[in-house]
Design a protein around this ligand. Structure first.
Ligand SMILES: [Zn+2]
Length: 258
């Protein structure tokens, strides 16, 4: 990439102390995808700069790429998600989401749709009043399905992953690694190939479809049975295990918790 200084709108994803007085940041930018950079003196002195490099805000970033590192030269806060900032539950949910985004995006992989997907999610959490744990898990799962879909891992919920025929009620299994539902005919034809496919509740498929296609506002209005939401969460976790592998197999709802 041939730039020395760039300006873009961004959301800070994560930050961590770096060397003695600096901090290392990761930001999701509208125009350049994920960017990692150093905030010089962010831990002392230039406190103004560091204050604006906080998460839970939309910022205008100006960064410069040197021979050895990428450094921030100016940052201006454009919008702060205030209610989100002031509520521990909502902060935990947002931080869990942003860490996942950080972990699974490569640098300079520009994707404006994904940028807005993250922004919409933060906007929703910011505006939403108190959420029960069950709703949080359902909504977080819905965000992750959208995130995976945008990265190219769209779960097949209508047609069989093998023969592509329409999935009929009560005659399917689930295979996270192959990306979705497989029809009973295909399973019967090749049991070795599909031995890892597991049974999945009809209701869970409905929740998966609903969660992926409906607005967060509609999702939060629902009152699905707890058992179905738990099954839904396990399926999303299963998809993540295959498509968004991480070092530890901790399920996404840990911390958010059901
Ligand atoms: Zn099939």
């Amino acid at each position: 990439m041939s730039w020395s200084a760039i300006k873009t709108e961004a959301i800070i994803l994560t930050s961590a102390p770096f060397r003695e007085a600096d901090r290392r940041y990761s930001a999701l930018t509208r125009d350049f995808g994920k960017i990692e950079f150093i905030g010089r003196g962010a831990r002392k002195g230039k406190a103004k700069l560091a204050a604006h490099l906080e998460p839970y805000a939309i910022v205008d970033l100006e960064i410069i790429k040197g021979r050895r590192s990428v450094t921030v030269i100016s940052v201006e806060r454009q919008y702060a998600f205030r209610s989100l900032m002031n509520d521990i539950d909502r902060r935990v949910l947002t931080q869990a989401s942003l860490s996942l985004v950080d972990r699974h995006m490569r640098e300079y992989d520009q994707d404006e749709i994904l940028y807005h997907l993250v922004l919409d999610w933060m906007n929703f959490i910011d505006k939403q009043e108190k959420m029960a744990k069950k709703e949080q898990v359902l909504l977080f799962g819905a965000f992750l399905l959208r995130f995976m879909q945008q990265l190219g891992y769209e779960a097949a919920l209508s047609n069989c992953v093998a023969c592509k025929e329409k999935i009929m009620p009560l005659s399917f299994r689930w295979h996270g690694g192959k990306g979705g539902l497989v029809c009973s005919d295909c399973v019967a034809k090749d049991e070795n190939e599909w031995f890892a496919a597991r049974s999945i509740l009809e209701e869970s498929v409905k929740i998966l479809r609903f969660a992926r296609e409906s607005s967060y506002e509609d999702i939060v209005q629902t009152n699905f049975d707890r058992a179905y939401v738990e099954d839904f969460a396990r399926i999303v976790h299963d998809l993540m295990q295959y498509h968004l592998p991480v070092d530890s197999p901790v399920p996404f709802w840990q911390g958010v918790g059901i």
